[in-house]
Design a protein around this ligand. Structure first.
Ligand code: ASP
Length: 450
């Protein structure tokens, strides 16, 4: 099913190509007008530039905002449904209850580890700070607001404190569902409700699970419709930014792209491969040979869900993992275990904060790490599935969500790349469990190198 409407458009171009064209058209048009009319920094606006700004703010930007709002709209149901179904499915597989705990442990630790790598890279490379001083000032004024507004943002943005921990447990679940900034409370509720549902006989919760599955699938269709507006939305948002900032916007995007892609490639080549060796007992050369089809499918589909059959096949046929284990880990992993997505979210949030001139404290960075990991777990395993959730993490730390526009134009390639570690981590988890369980499962697992 082509839920995301990625089929070629009327003129035969695929959606990612149209989004990239949108980025280029918006950036070139905005930058050219900026070049023609923007006064030097510190000089008063000319009437022409004032008119350009009015058009950018009042006419063009609302179209971009409309696209973003359509993505925001589905955040709450997607997070709730995906987490509820993940945990409910985990518990109902009673025979695999013990494996369930280990699987969750794997998902959480590898996801947080990947996010940490992303944060470390983006802090070291600082792609969002590679700007001339005057452009940095323009950006900071445009997105970070003036000094006073920044102080306000800083106050709103929370770090980790006793209050944050308390707020994870919502006092009113309807309130947290109505507030994108209180998403941690919703995540907690979804997880605990999922856990509770495993205490009732399966036939009592069957109808509820089916309804929630249907709601989840409907939301994915809505994301697909929203993404149809992405070419126009991205063009408008980038036009808005570049008409005020000029060609430097493109340079910024380039730095971001290099950082995000670099992090993903490093994580896949070194992180995942080492995990496969240490925990799965598979040597790097053997791992890569066995994973060729998996990597190709994940990269080309950009979807963990669509790759799931290949992930199962790879675990069972290439590496000899028992079918019961692969069949248990992969469906869960395809929707909840997203190492690459967590890394990408960490890089994106800190990059955009740097661009906005917002300095995040260590506590706030810890919050980004937690949010990136949790929202990666809640993201749908479809192309662009994490974008609505990324917007939520941005607002959580006081970065305007409209800044997402800066990275959307190049997101498809980043998405294809992050999907590879997303599915590889599921595979390695199943190899690890297979190794641990070989004494218990009926079919003994032979390490492929043996
Ligand atoms: N495309 C990713 C996946 O399916 C999700 C995302 O990060 O947007 O794994």
């Amino acid at each position: 099913m082509d839920v995301l409407g990625e089929r070629s458009g009327r003129r035969g171009r695929s959606l990612p190509t149209r989004i990239l064209i949108g980025l280029l058209v918006g950036a070139v048009a905005g930058s050219a007008l900026n070049l023609a009319f923007a006064p030097p920094i510190g000089q008063p606006d000319t009437p022409e530039y004032a008119t350009l700004k009015w058009w950018a703010d009042e006419v063009v930007k609302p179209f971009g905002d409309l696209f973003l709002r359509l993505l925001f709209m589905v955040v709450v149901p997607i997070v709730f449904c995906s987490l509820f179904l993940g945990v409910a499915g985990l518990g109902s597989t009673r025979t695999l209850g013990r494996l369930g705990g280990l699987t969750l442990l794997w998902f959480l630790t590898t996801t947080a580890g990947a996010a940490l790598l992303g944060l470390t890279l983006v802090t070291t490379i600082a792609p969002g700070r590679r700007l001339s001083a005057d452009v940095a000032e323009r950006l900071s004024i445009e997105y970070g607001g003036d000094a006073q507004a920044k102080i306000e943002l800083g106050k709103q943005a929370k770090g980790f404190s006793a209050d944050t921990l308390l707020e994870i447990v919502p006092d009113n679940v309807v309130r947290v569902a109505g507030d994108n900034k209180a998403i941690l409370g919703l995540i907690f509720f979804a997880l605990i409700l999922g856990a509770a549902s495993t205490r009732l006989p399966p036939d009592r919760t069957k109808a509820l699970r089916e309804a929630i599955t249907a709601l989840y699938e409907l939301c994915i269709v809505l994301v697909g419709w929203a993404m149809q507006l992405a070419p126009l939305g991205v063009a408008c948002l980038i036009f808005h930014a570049s008409s005020k900032l000029g060609f430097d916007v493109m340079r910024l995007v380039g730095w971001y792209f290099v950082t995000a892609m670099g992090g993903l490639v490093v994580y896949q080549l070194f992180g995942i491969t080492t995990l496969a060796w240490v925990f799965g007992g598979v040597r790097p050369g053997r791992f890569f040979r066995g994973c060729k089809a998996l990597f190709a499918t994940a990269f080309s589909t950009s979807s963990s869900a669509a790759t799931m059959p290949t992930t199962i096949r790879t675990a069972v046929e290439e590496f000899g993992a028992p079918e019961e284990i692969a069949g248990f880990v992969m469906p869960l992993g395809a929707t909840t275990n997203m190492n690459g997505t967590a890394l990408f979210e960490g890089v994106s949030v800190l990059f955009l904060a740097q661009v906005a001139g917002i300095d995040l404290t260590l506590g706030q960075q810890a919050l980004v790490l937690t949010m990136a990991s949790l929202t990666a777990i809640g993201a749908a395993g479809v192309p662009g599935g994490s974008l609505p959730l990324l917007a939520v993490v941005l607002t959580q730390v006081g970065v305007p969500a409209e800044m997402l526009a800066l990275i959307l134009g190049v997101d498809r390639l980043v998405d294809m790349t992050r999907t590879v570690p997303n599915v590889s981590s599921d595979l390695v988890c199943s190899l690890w469990l297979a190794r641990r369980e070989r004494a218990r499962v009926a079919r003994a697992y032979q390490p492929p190198d043996a």
